[in-house]
Design a protein around this ligand. Sequence first.
Ligand code: DQA
Length: 146
Amino acid sequence: MERIPILILNGPNLNLLGHREPERYGNISMEEYLIFLKNEFQFFEIDYFQSNSESELVDKIQAAKKVYKAIVINPAAYTHSSIAIRDALLATQILTIEVHLTDISQREAFRHHSMISDLCWCTIKGFGLEGYKIALLRLQEYFNIN
Ligand code: DQA
């Protein structure tokens, strides 16, 4: 069976997962969790990209259309501010799932609004790293993979 190419895209400071505010974001790095995800979801070809730079994230989204069937994105702090990431997703028109480790609706008011939620097929928040697994399970349903 041909594997379905999926992009997981993480925004600023998520390179520090495992060390950054561990009481909030946990003590497992994204790299460690990716090993689990790739093993668990072998029918997906999972690529991972993280950047602290808004422009790099925009470039990656623009390029994604030709390569991937879906994006799982956690824009981190850019969630709340980036019209550029919103516009890139609008321009790209690719199936997108938004993930947040924390429940942003239960945190500071400035985190309540997401610039991209209305463009996403669904938003998963508050489940820590498991949110990425839930996103891939949703994609498994979407692509009718049993
Ligand atoms: C986050 C929530 C954002 O508000 C924050 O800026 C992050 C991480 C999350 O995954 O919970 O960096 O996207």
